[in-house]
Ligand binder design. Structure first.
Ligand SMILES: Nc1nc2c(c(=O)[nH]1)N[C@H]1C(S)=C(S)[C@@H](COP(=O)(O)OP(=O)(O)OC[C@H]3O[C@@H](n4cnc5c(=O)[nH]c(N)nc54)[C@H](O)[C@@H]3O)O[C@H]1N2
Ligand SMILES: Nc1nc2c(c(=O)[nH]1)N[C@H]1C(S)=C(S)[C@@H](COP(=O)(O)OP(=O)(O)OC[C@H]3O[C@@H](n4cnc5c(=O)[nH]c(N)nc54)[C@H](O)[C@@H]3O)O[C@H]1N2
Ligand SMILES: [Mo]
Length: 775
């Protein structure tokens, strides 16, 4: 490759072109992107950062003593090995566990003892998407694997909405679009705010960041905004923004108070409820206190959420008098009983009766992720077929620690009783469980249980430290691919930006080499090279484009050329058609209507209608007497999750390499800490150190520590197991949101905070997460 060539590329936080200046990448955002992401500046560091993995690594205890449960995972050192030798070792272990071409015709296949759920965002790029690759590999070699369902992002909300509204992710297309918001909405009330920080990213890629300009256009037209969040800066600065900060986890009470006011002032749209919903009467009985003796008045709500009753009344009057869009962020449901605020927001929308109007209505995740609020594409995107998984078994994604710790244990999911499989092999590619999971000390115990854990990774993340075999994977800059994201109207030829710097290999090549050793190469590769796969995958999009008489270059021209525009669809979605004629176009719910009462939900630990269900860890509860701060573990501003935590944008937001936790000035004063001091956050699950940031944007008694610092647990005197880098997941609870969804509830926990006195332990640098003994 010639230096100084301009190449195109894609990431989950933006499309860009790059110039390779003698091994240094100069990145320029896509010229059509009006508001490029600062996270792009993290990328150049990835090329030759010392945390990059170069040779396969084998954990010493596994090598010396063979496979089996082992509590040394996390503490052991690693031995570098040549590729062939490491692949041989891994293949013989996979064979021992039953991999091979002859899977039994009758179930169970060998894969029923393999966890291949392998959750994680991987990288942009439709072919080298690591999670798709590992799934295809396990289907080809083990006949399948125990998979995971739902996402860390949205399980509670998605599960609930699937019962009372319809398939949530599909209905995303029916959300009022950003364009409608810019043109029609009079009042946008955003539960969880609408942080532009989060709208930097979108799974698979995002070519144009348009949220800021849409909000500005709406504001210029006179649209008003209400941001409801414990953090004032969860909404960008615009002239007409009101900020309301309820106690975390109490939004349902606030919404019930508003609903009560709508009822009392005769502003409930009974005609809408009659035609489009079922079960309102049962909810109303609860609202009025007929079922439990407690009327959910604004005063009742104020006592729970901390927002004055007059303010709640005012808000109710405001939503009733304007064309209102109610947006709920994912964050509200990533919490115990997180189903409730989502259901209640939908119910409030229905009570207002404006749902059919352009710019009004309900949206889920508009402020969370950039693929929402955009029209869907009219052509299919290239996809890698994953093969057939002949194992029926799955876990709700956030039950990974329970699965590994408790084979055979019973649990409920969507009203059904299930039990955990007995897992002997875990294969992870493209995810970072020791970033994303809750209660990381419990996860550490869980990871001691399988016989063997294999991880493909580009960098030595905390998760690699719990693996027995680590295969070093390339980064996207080192390979070619096709970039495309959901609802993103551009197809990006991801051109190779640099040579592979070290010994890393593409996930595809790693899996192909293992499949060959297992006698399954043809099944896995279908005889195609990476480039041939890309060509194959591109064909279906190309054909769809040419059928619409759109530019549809040949594969080689596409890969060498520029970014290709894709058509979007203007066909009305399911919600719009439902509102046109609910009898002919029912929703995909048991009643065909929006369900304000659901028999399916009533069969779980949750009530059959939206309700205030007191969580264990909130500021008004018993446990707050023990741990008086509410930890908000939200998404990081300077990176995507834990990815490229060592990059320039991410590092600039730390203090001496340590993550910053923000406190309200009153709390800082009371704790006797100033900006830059180190604090210890702790509860019964563990402790973390963080640097102090002080901000009046926080509600008092809230401490905000975003996710993403690489987990570095150390036994510290007087503190116990403590993450010195500031990963909040040592503090969060592994309990599912409810027995309906079993979703991730990592957003909110109770913690104590104190000044760290005495010598401050050094952070663990990214390159020192694992100890490698070089041959
Ligand atoms: N407390 C708390 N916890 C949370 C959340 C929260 O709000 N609070 N949020 C949750 C949410 S919504 C999510 S989505 C998860 C995110 O959790 P993850 O998706 O697991 O986080 P990432 O850091 O994106 O991990 C992706 C990993 O893939 C690796 N990778 C990238 N490209 C490649 C490749 O080509 N090949 C291979 N083999 N590996 C590659 C990266 O180096 C990185 O380590 O976290 C969840 N955890
Ligand atoms: N820069 C960046 N952007 C990202 C990501 C990233 O890692 N980095 N991750 C992406 C992913 S995978 C996902 S799933 C989305 C997640 O999207 P969200 O879940 O919506 O994002 P969070 O930042 O976790 O939370 C948003 C805000 O909700 C507020 N909040 C927390 N609890 C409550 C509550 O009980 N009530 C109210 N009213 N507000 C509350 C917090 O102040 C928080 O800042 O973000 C995406 N965007
Ligand atoms: Mo997510």
């Amino acid at each position: 490759m010639k230096d100084k060539d301009i190449r195109y590329h894609s990431s989950h936080w933006g499309t860009f072109s790059a110039r390779n200046d003698n091994g240094r990448l100069e990145i320029t955002p896509f010229e059509k992107d009006p508001d490029p992401s600062e996270i792009l500046a993290n990328i150049p560091a990835a090329l030759d950062h010392p945390a990059r993995l170069s040779k396969p690594l084998i954990r010493r205890g596994w090598l010396e003593d063979g496979p089996g449960p082992d509590t040394r995972r996390g503490e052991d050192d690693y031995i570098e090995m040549e590729w062939d030798q490491a692949l041989d070792l891994a293949a013989s272990e996979l064979r021992r566990l039953g991999a091979g071409p002859e899977q039994p015709a009758e179930r169970p296949v060998a894969g029923s003892r393999v966890f291949g759920g392998s959750y994680g965002w991987s990288s942009a790029g439709r072919f080298h998407h690591a999670q798709s690759q590992v799934h295809r590999f396990l289907n080809s070699t083990f006949g399948g694997y125990v998979r995971s369902v739902d996402t860390y992002s949205s399980a509670a909300g998605e599960t609930l909405l699937s019962l009372v509204w319809g398939p949530a992710m599909k209905l995303a297309r029916d959300h009022p679009t950003w364009q409608e918001i810019a043109e029609e909405t009079e009042l946008l009330i955003a539960f969880g705010g609408l942080p532009l920080r989060n709208l930097q990213t979108s799974p698979g890629g995002i070519s144009c960041h348009t949220a800021r300009s849409s909000l500005q256009a709406a504001a210029e037209r006179g649209c008003e905004f209400v941001s409801i969040s414990p953090l004032g800066d969860d909404f960008t600065d615009l002239p007409n923004v009101t900020r309301i900060a309820p106690r975390p986890a109490t939004d349902v009470a606030l919404m019930l108070g508003m609903a009560s006011q709508l009822h009392a002032s005769g502003q409930v749209d009974h005609a809408y409820l009659e035609r489009f919903t079922t079960g309102y009467d049962r909810f109303e009985a609860y609202l009025l206190g007929n079922t439990d003796g407690v009327e959910k008045t604004p005063e009742w709500a104020a006592a729970i959420c901390g927002v004055p009753a007059e303010r709640i009344v005012e808000l109710a009057e405001q939503v009733a008098s304007k064309r209102t869009h109610i947006a709920v962020a994912y964050s509200l449901q990533r919490s115990q009983y997180g189903e409730e605020p989502v259901w209640m927001a939908l119910t409030l929308t229905a009570m207002l009766g404006q749902y059919p109007l352009p710019g009004a209505g309900f949206s889920y995740a508009l402020g969370s992720i950039s693929s929402v609020g955009k029209p869907p594409l009219a052509v299919p995107l290239p996809t890698l077929p994953q093969g057939t998984n002949r194992v029926d078994d799955f876990i709700p994604v956030a039950r990974i620690a329970e699965l590994l710790l408790h084979p055979g244990k019973r649990y409920t999911y969507k009203g059904e009783t299930r039990s955990y499989a007995d897992i002997r092999l875990v294969y992870w590619a493209g995810g970072n469980p020791f970033h994303h999971h809750q209660d990381l000390e419990k996860l550490r115990r869980a990871f001691s249980r399988p016989d063997t854990i294999i991880i493909n990774e580009s960098v030595s993340t905390a998760s690699t430290r719990y693996a027995d075999i680590i295969f070093p994977a390339t980064i996207t800059a080192e390979r070619e691919d096709i970039g495309a994201g959901s609802n993103d109207p551009f197809l990006v030829p991801m051109q190779r930006l640099t040579e592979v710097r070290n010994g890393a290999r593409d996930d595809y090549d790693i899996f192909a080499a293992l499949a060959a050793r297992l006698g399954c190469k043809e099944l896995f590769t279908e005889g195609r090279s990476s480039r041939q796969w890309l060509h194959h995958m591109y064909t279906r999009t190309q054909q769809a484009l040419s059928e619409r008489n759109m530019p549809a270059p040949d594969f080689d021209d596409f890969m060498q050329g520029g970014i290709l525009e894709l058509p979007t669809s203007s066909t009305p979605g399911g919600i719009a058609r439902f509102h046109q004629d609910p009898d002919s176009n029912p929703l995909d719910t048991p009643s065909g209507r929006i369900e304000i009462w659901s028999d399916r939900v009533a069969g779980t630990e949750l009530p059959g209608h939206p309700a205030w269900v007191e969580p264990d860890e909130w500021l008004g509860g018993e446990q707050a007497k023990l741990h008086r701060f509410q930890l908000v573990a939200n998404q990081p501003k300077g990176k995507l999750h834990s990815q490229l935590d060592f990059g320039a944008t991410s590092m600039a937001l730390k203090k001496d390499g340590r993550e910053i936790a923000r406190l309200h000035p009153d709390d800082a004063r009371e704790l006797g800490v100033k900006e830059g001091d180190v604090i210890r956050l702790w509860n019964g699950r563990g402790a973390a150190l963080a640097a102090v940031g002080i901000s009046d944007q926080l509600l008092p008694s809230v401490v905000q520590l975003s996710t993403g610092a690489w987990y570095a647990p150390k036994e510290l005197e007087g503190s116990g197991i403590t993450c010195v880098n500031g990963n909040p997941n040592i503090l969060t609870s592994d309990a599912g949101a409810s027995d309906l969804s079993q979703g991730c509830a990592g957003q909110l926990s109770l913690v104590s905070v104190e000044k760290w006195e005495g010598p401050v332990p050094e952070v663990v640098p990214h390159a020192e997460m694992i100890r490698i003994r070089r041959a």
